[in-house]
Design a protein around this ligand. Structure first.
Ligand code: ADP
Ligand code: MG
Ligand code: ZN
Length: 477
């Protein structure tokens, strides 16, 4: 009987509010350590937390987007443990009655079939501080800027059956949060991190014992960590051992996971209701207001791109990956409505590939949507060919010059004068009498040779359609 891996994921996503969850401190990333703190998030005795309602609203919006149940009344609890980066000795979280329960995240499985992963709950939680070990060999420092930063913890059911499915789920969730603007989800800034629960079983059997791999912060590491853990568990069982429930750490340098703590050492968090905060209540009006603020979601945008612009599912998928990309595309189509499919090709295939090479996001593209639209306009009005346009795009990215200025500067204007084209074709025919004879003798393949020669003579500037048409006629003799 073959093995099956079962995966459940817990994602910590930073809710993107300007101030922290329970005090007014800034959440701006990268500030000098301990400059964004106050008695509340430093855990001074006698200080009282006050909920930032924007956090509740953003988490509720996220819950609505996954079709979850929003609890009009939810509660806060304390999760107690001792750690140097946790001055209060507890984190405020929601264990017994979280703000969102149930819900679905839609993904495609490895065969391209639609499938949904069930969400168990989403709860509000505050982040802890950060220990820093890089400044000194002898002591650790602590930065409490992160202390009290709002998080939403999104807990899935164990519904994923391969590392690829787990990654597809994470990508779908990541995209959703960014569309909703409820998290910036920048993985490099630790704003979207994941704990992977992994177990194996023989197909058809009940769930096996799971190990939890903590704090993975890239899609690639999630895939590697799950694949490694799956193999480790299978080998362990096949060698007569048993999997123990434990917490493991992924070492992305050595490409292996190792045990951090077993069940015996597992934290007893001594959860109890948070006495300093009243229950979180969301009125009907507030819930309606939140629901009304729901933006267009990725799958809705995808469908609209197919129906409004006639895009293929593939292109629609690519262009709705992010709001920035979609906004760029729509601005491009608005400036050059003539051919939305051509616009999609130029954006997805030409511009994105070039931006990738220079490591630039679409939002920071040196070529704006209206710049790209002027390039497309010069193709449409036959000023330049599509092939030349690619060189012009390279130049635009490098020089920052406008399309027409580049065409002028480089003398790229397409040759559409039919007598000029005829002259050049005649010249090529005269220069290649042997090939001409072979062609006329039935060697059709040589047609490409002549096209190439004409293009060479004209440095690619002759209108390709006219060259083809005139060549066919003139070669016949
Ligand atoms: P805990 O309370 O110890 O955190 P939960 O029941 O809340 O445990 O589950 C935590 C995560 O582990 C969830 O995402 C859940 O889907 C996942 N999970 C639970 N059991 C298994 C299992 N046998 N295999 C894989 N994942 C599991
Ligand atoms: Mg848990
Ligand atoms: Zn504070």
């Amino acid at each position: 009987m073959s093995w099956e891996v079962v995966i459940g994921l817990e994602v910590h996503a930073q809710v993107n509010t300007n101030t922290k969850a329970f005090c007014g401190c800034s959440t701006t990333f990268g500030a000098t350590p301990n400059t964004q703190t106050c008695p509340v998030c430093l855990g001074m005795p006698g200080q009282l937390p006050v909920l930032n309602r924007e956090v509740a609203r953003k988490v509720a919006l996220t819950g609505m987007a996954i079709e979850g149940n929003i609890n009009a009344l939810s509660k806060f609890d304390r999760k107690n443990y001792f750690y140097p980066d946790l001055p209060k000795g507890y984190q405020i979280t929601q264990l017994f009655l979280p703000i969102v329960q149930k819900g679905l995240v839609h993904i495609q499985d490895k065969h391209g079939n639609e499938k949904s992963v069930r969400i168990h709950q989403i709860h509000i939680e505050e982040d802890a501080g950060k220990s820093m070990h890089e400044n000194s060999e002898f002591v650790s420092h602590i930065d409490l800027n992160r202390s009290g930063i709002p998080l939403m913890e999104i807990v899935s059911e164990p519904d994923m059956y391969s590392a690829d499915e787990a990654v597809a789920y994470l990508k779908s969730l990541h995209q959703l949060l960014k569309f909703l603007n409820t998290s910036n989800a920048d993985m490099e800034k630790g704003q979207f991190r994941c704990d992977a629960n992994v177990s194996v079983r023989r197909k058809g059997e009940p769930l096996g014992t799971r190990a939890e791999i903590k704090n993975i912060n890239s899609f690639r590491f999630v895939k590697q960590a799950i694949e490694y853990e799956t193999q480790r568990q299978i080998e362990l069982i096949e060698d007569g051992g048993t999997v123990v429930q434990e917490t493991r750490l992924w070492d992305s340098v050595k490409n292996e996971s190792r045990s951090m703590r077993g069940k015996e050492e597992a934290h007893d968090y001594r959860y109890f209701p948070e006495p300093d905060l009243p229950p979180l209540k969301l009125s009907d009006e507030e819930l309606a207001e939140i629901r009304a603020s729901m933006p267009e979601l990725p799958h809705q945008m995808h469908t609209r791109f197919v129906s409004d612009y006639g895009l293929s599912h593939y292109d629609a998928e690519v262009l709705s990956t992010s709001r920035d990309l979609a906004a760029y595309y729509e601005a491009l189509v608005q400036a050059h409505p003539k051919d939305p499919k051509q616009a999609a090709n130029w954006l997805a295939n030409e511009l994105l590939a070039r931006l990738k090479e220079i490591n630039t996001e679409i939002a920071d593209s040196p070529v704006s949507a209206s710049d790209l639209a002027s390039l497309l306009a010069r193709i449409s009005d036959n000023t330049i060919s599509g092939k030349i346009a690619k060189d012009v795009l390279d130049d635009m990215l490098k020089s920052g010059d406008a399309v027409d200025a580049i065409i002028e500067r480089k003398g790229l204007k397409q040759i559409t004068d039919s007598s000029a084209i005829d002259d050049m074709i005649q010249g090529v025919m005269d220069a290649n009498p042997a090939q001409l004879e072979q062609y006329r003798g039935g060697k059709d393949r040589l047609f490409g040779f002549f096209v190439g020669q004409v293009m060479k003579v004209t440095k690619g500037k002759a209108n390709p359609k006219m060259v083809n048409q005139r060549l066919k006629e003139m070669l016949k003799g």
